[in-house]
Design a protein around this ligand. Structure first.
Ligand code: PNS
Length: 165
């Protein structure tokens, strides 16, 4: 597909759905940068450095994948890192918004986006649903790598303790 592709996202936390897209991109591109957006990280469950650490652990089997944070516009990050393509997993429900962002990003600097249809087994998984399920005491282990599931359950419990004093 290309020499260097960027897989951007919030990854709060990284799910098996994200990892499927990263793995597929790593087969299509020579190098992949997983880019954790800092703009949206302010009120997240995990700090950006924690998201990066979880991603690094989850991606350690792929030698052509690096994990970084980015601030500001994604297109500027792509340009600064000589990445020709943005790679995004898309679910049917997100398609209109993802298309709009892809078209805007192309208009801004010419960087193109490839969409990888989310694997059916992960099509219903999202970080926001995982956070909600964990907060309400449900089992999130089918959707997250074991270390991520453990940290998610612990963080949700700590936040609940904080909020109830
Ligand atoms: O995990 P998400 O929520 O799908 O990630 C969204 C992300 C980080 C890819 C998107 O919000 C983004 O690119 N933010 C960076 C700011 C930016 O470039 N905005 C203009 C988009 S056209």
């Amino acid at each position: 597909m290309t020499q260097r592709a960027v897989c951007p996202g919030s990854f709060d936390p990284v799910t098996y759905g994200h990892l499927d897209v990263i793995a597929r991109t790593a087969r299509l591109a020579e190098e992949v940068i997983v880019a954790v957006g800092m703009n949206m990280a302010k009120n997240g469950l995990f700090r950006p450095d924690e998201r990066v650490a979880m991603l690094q652990e989850a991606c350690q089997g792929w030698t052509n994948v690096a994990v970084m944070t980015f601030d500001g516009l994604l297109v500027d990050f792509c340009r600064a890192h000589d990445a020709e393509v943005i790679s995004k997993g898309v679910r049917a429900a997100d398609f209109a918004y993802e298309l709009q962002m892809a078209q805007m990003n192309r208009r801004l600097t010419g960087v193109d986006t490839v969409f990888l249809p989310t694997a059916p087994e992960w099509a219903f998984v999202s970080s926001s649903l995982v956070r909600e399920i964990a907060t309400l005491g449900g089992d999130v282990t089918p959707f997250l790598p074991p270390a991520v599931a453990e940290q998610t359950v612990a963080r949700v419990a700590a936040k609940l303790r904080e909020s109830t004093g």
